[in-house]
Ligand binder design. Structure first.
Ligand code: ZN
Length: 288
């Protein structure tokens, strides 16, 4: 069963949803743009996760990206960029950003669409397995990190080049929890790509598999997890997430989000725009 969950009026489905046995596969579907995450995709993902959570037949969710790359990050420059449009509020009660200016508009938008949605998805009470190939960069990291398990193909790479914008990393600042703090600093200070093998060594991903086997090996793992009882999985997920929160994840995310917005505001105040004068081309030229 495949359903179009897009809210983009003219484009092909932004997110595909397919339920097969106990596994629902949610696939980001903007391959032409390396699955850059615009707001249409964010809300289509949220629809898909809600659907998977509500369907008793679904035990495990797989999050995948169509095409060569998992996700190149937030949409900062495709024709489908839609950051200015109003959106419903689902992750919190911050008001609509689209008619607000300055830091208020940015904070309201990113509280809902980036940090809020990621926190919400992390709490989906069923295991979620990410299948990551190619680029998993910046906003793409956020999507992979909120998943419980990550299966990476050998060609997968991870990077957060956002410091080039003068901003301390992406909005969901889980870096010091998903990798050791000293490695997190190197990852951020250099913006360099981390390969799948290195990510595996650090415990950031669960499996590294050949590219051609990514879908099958992910499904295999998902089916194995799906053998466990639903309530047992939900409570186990909660127990581990709570442990991460007790290690400061939740408050660390909020504290870093405030610094993130100080940086956006500083950039805007000093005349280079909230992204520090960087766009897709400038980021590419600097190796991001
Ligand atoms: Zn931001």
């Amino acid at each position: 069963m495949t359903t179009d969950l897009t809210v983009e009026p003219t484009a092909e489905p932004t997110v595909r949803y397919e339920a097969k046995g106990p596994v629902a596969t949610v696939t980001m579907n903007r391959p032409r743009w390396r699955n850059a995450q615009n707001s249409a995709m964010t809300y289509a993902l949220d629809d898909a996760f809600q659907r998977a959570a509500a369907d008793d037949a679904v035990r495990v969710v797989v999050l995948a990206g169509a095409g060569e790359h998992f996700s190149a990050g937030h949409d900062i420059g495709t024709p489908g960029r839609d950051a200015h449009l109003p959106r419903p509020r689902r992750a919190g009660l911050w008001w609509d950003h689209s008619d607000k200016t300055g830091a208020e508009g940015r904070f309201a938008r990113e509280s809902e669409i980036y940090l809020g949605m990621c926190k919400r998805w992390r709490e989906l009470p069923k295991p979620v397995v990410a299948a990551v190939q190619g680029a998993c960069v910046a906003g793409g990291l956020m999507l992979a990190w909120v998943c419980d398990l990550i299966v990476a193909s050998e060609d997968a790479f991870f990077a957060d080049p956002v410091v080039r914008m003068g901003v301390p990393g992406v909005e969901y600042f889980a870096h010091p929890w998903v990798m050791p703090p000293r490695i997190a600093k190197e990852f951020l200070y250099t913006g360099d790509r981390m390969g799948a093998r290195r990510a595996y060594e650090l415990g950031m991903v669960n499996r590294v598999v050949p590219r051609a086997e990514l879908a099958a090996r992910t499904e295999e793992l998902a089916l194995r997890v799906a053998e466990m009882p639903r309530m047992g999985l939900a409570l186990t997920k909660r127990a581990v997430n709570q442990a991460e929160d007790l290690q400061g994840l939740h408050s660390g995310l909020d504290a870093a989000f405030a610094l993130h917005h100080l940086a956006h505001a500083h950039n805007a105040e000093t005349g280079s725009g909230p992204l520090g004068g960087m766009d897709v081309r400038a980021m590419k030229e600097r190796g991001a």
